[in-house]
Design a protein. Structure first.
Lengths: 148, 353, 172
């Protein structure tokens, strides 16, 4: 009888999918490629960013696109002092719910700053774009604090 | 047709940080044996329907849920189903099966082998695949954003969150299945450093391996088996939009809707077992359910004392069952959740007979 | 996908990579540890007596835990097979080659392995084969310690007896 042993092996699972965007997500991602941010208007008039395909209350398709600013206000945030290897920032950063100017719904992205104490609810942030946007959520490299 | 659904057996493994070598079959089998023993049957052939809840991404083993069927004794073939959700939703499916008259009895189980992966990161991939999943925002960070909203609005204070943790740890001292237990004061807990601010590590449920199983049946079957049983008098669930920005994260709209559907508000409840993976979420649930002062909350310690992802919801129902069978309660509420920031919520009412 | 030159985005590459520390399971770990010693083992069901290889810790037919370890021989019987004629990406073996369901003597279910040193067109159900192991120094916790199975000069096993031979290759 061989002694029971804990056999372990590290491995990585990859799901290398290509995802169709459909027209609504496609409009948003196409906007990012041009350094523009689009939302769309819900049945109650609120501007949703990023845009949704269906109204969560009436379930009707949403087509009324609205361009919003790439700057806005922190609605909520949390500070990640030890980023995980999968996180978009290797240095400590904040996840945040950000309400862009012209939007009524906040979007989730991250803020990189070395002034942690300035990351507070209500602070203003703006998008920092990558050099050559490709039409992906990470075209916004991160948000940064606006100057006082 | 109104068919009374009864719970006749429940068993749960200990919550452990690392179940070692045990695979899904080896995790499930002891719990199945335990519930068979409680009813006096020998295997899954002796029930009409089997439904399980699990998620293969937790352990990174494709079709682990199919491999789990090896624990059942499925020769000759059995009626079997699976939900890629907490097993509380497998219970829901089993209830429907019995209510429709397609079965008189059902075995329900859930298993969790979360230790092989990085659970908070694995859960990031259940988010919307265009805007959120590619950002890899983990489940703890999302809960932290929710807690911040509550703190900013003055709905809770950090000490309220610590009080939830202290209560969980204290109750868990009487729960030999718990992973985390002990006497902690609120000030002890608040002295701990922030983990993903505003959350401290103690505000987050631990990651646990284990399994739980339950047998339910019609009232006549329960009487035939001559075992103590508890009536499952109501079960229902609601889900909210995946768009976190569109939800009011400081409350649980879906929980409130289920509570209304089941007429829970202002009804008498001796105990409530709530699936709150983060301390502030227990407060959200207590408020949405409008629980009264006489209702004892999470006497087991809840999931802050041990969280079997994909089985903890079923275990909440099981904990209430155990206490009613033991005569410690007459009527109780069990809650299960799924998705980020309490997106999807299920409630079950259990009553003594 | 190259979205650089697209005016309207209609699809994205969104790869997901997740890291795990896979654990083999108690029964598979025992099986693999024995395999590292050059021994093929199964586990017997205490209820129906069937021997499973590779063992998973339970009898899937009876739903009971299996504990008793059974040492199996190197000889096996072809239960089914296919001739693979197309290259499989990432597979170093050149087609055409044989993949077969093989029941080792003493076991009641088959596992899948390769056959070689055979005439592909003459491979048949009931054919007797034996394991060809890699050199001892290459043995690991892996099924490919057995490089492949090759035909034996033994009479075929009648279909109804496949999966019912004792570890000595005799009828149970």
């Amino acid at each position: 009888m061989v002694k029971d042993s804990l056999l372990q092996k590290e491995y990585e699972l990859g799901f290398t999918y290509t995802r169709s965007t459909g027209p609504v997500v496609g409009k948003f991602l196409t906007g990012l490629k041009n350094r523009q941010i689009f939302g769309n208007r819900a049945s109650d008039g609120r501007v949703i960013v990023p845009p949704m395909e269906y109204d969560p209350e009436t379930f009707r398709p949403l087509n009324d696109f609205v361009q919003v600013s790439d700057a806005g206000v922190i609605e909520s945030w949390c500070w990640v002092s030890k980023p995980r290897s999968s996180h978009p920032s290797a240095v400590p950063f904040a996840w945040a719910m950000i309400k862009l100017d012209g939007a009524d719904i906040s979007m989730i992205h991250h803020i990189v700053t070395n002034e942690q104490n300035r990351v507070v609810t209500g602070a203003r942030v703006k998008a920092l774009w990558i050099d050559q946007p490709v039409g992906f959520i990470s075209d916004i490299r991160c948000f940064v604090l606006e100057e006082d | 047709m109104n068919i009374d659904i009864c719970i006749v057996a429940f068993s749960q493994s200990a919550c452990v940080a690392q179940a070692g070598a045990a695979n899904e079959v080896e995790l499930i089998m002891p719990q199945l044996e335990a519930v068979y023993g409680q009813v006096g049957i020998s295997n899954a052939q002796d029930v009409d329907f089997v439904c399980s809840g699990s998620c293969d991404y937790l352990q990174g083993a494709a079709f682990a849920f199919v491999a789990g069927v090896d624990a059942l004794g499925a020769v000759p073939p059995i009626q079997e189903s699976h939900v890629e959700m907490d097993a509380a939703w497998a219970l829901y499916e089993a209830v429907l099966k019995i209510r429709m008259g397609h079965a008189e009895s059902a075995l329900v189980y859930g298993f969790s082998k979360s230790s092989p992966g990085e659970l908070p990161v694995v859960l990031s991939q259940q988010l919307d695949p265009y805007y959120l999943a590619p950002q890899w925002i983990d489940s703890i960070s999302l809960a932290a954003l929710q807690a911040r909203l509550m703190l900013d609005k003055g709905i809770i204070k950090a000490s309220d969150m610590a009080a939830v943790v202290a209560s969980s740890r204290r109750c868990a001292m009487d729960n030999d299945k718990a992973q985390l237990a002990g006497q902690f004061s609120i000030s002890d807990l608040l002295e701990e450093p922030e983990y993903v601010s505003p959350l401290r590590k103690a505000d987050c449920s631990p990651i646990s391996d284990g399994a739980s199983a339950m047998i339910i049946c019609t009232r006549s079957k329960a009487e035939e088996w001559q075992v103590p049983f508890v009536r499952l008098s109501g079960i229902d669930h609601r889900i909210e939009t995946h768009n976190l920005g569109m939800r009011d994260l400081t409350t649980s709209h879906s929980t409130r809707l289920v509570a209304e559907a089941l007429s829970i508000h202002n009804s008498s409840l001796d105990i409530a077992e709530l699936y709150a993976p983060f301390s502030h979420q227990q407060i959200i649930l207590e408020q949405a359910l409008e629980l009264q002062a006489e209702t004892e909350i999470n006497p087991s310690g809840g999931v802050l004392a041990g969280n079997l992802m994909m089985a903890s919801g079923l275990s909440r129902v099981g904990e209430v069952f155990n206490r009613i069978v033991a005569g410690e309660a007459e009527r109780g509420l069990a809650h299960a959740t799924s998705g980020p920031c309490l997106q999807h919520n299920l409630l079950a009412i259990l009553e003594s007979v | 996908m190259d979205n650089k030159n697209k005016e309207v985005i209609d699809a994205i590459e969104a790869p997901i990579y997740l890291k795990y520390k896979f654990t083999a399971g108690l029964a598979p770990a025992r099986f693999l540890s024995q395999l590292k010693q050059g021994v093929l083992t199964g586990q017997r069901c205490p209820k129906c007596d069937n021997v499973y290889v590779p063992p998973r810790g339970s009898c899937p037919a009876c739903g009971v835990a299996t504990e008793e370890e059974v040492v199996l021989g190197d000889k096996a019987t072809v239960q089914s097979f296919t001739i693979v004629s197309i290259p499989i990406p990432g597979n170093p073996i050149q087609p055409p080659y044989i993949v077969a369901n093989l029941v080792p003597d003493g076991a009641n279910i088959s596992f899948i392995h390769l056959m070689s040193e055979c005439v592909n067109e003459e491979v048949r159900i009931g054919q007797r084969v034996t394991a060809i192991w890699k050199p001892r120094e290459e043995w690991d916790f892996a099924m490919d310690n057995i490089r492949y199975f090759k035909p034996l000069d033994e009479p075929d096993v009648p279909a109804e007896l496949i999966g019912h031979l004792s570890v000595n290759g005799t009828e149970n």
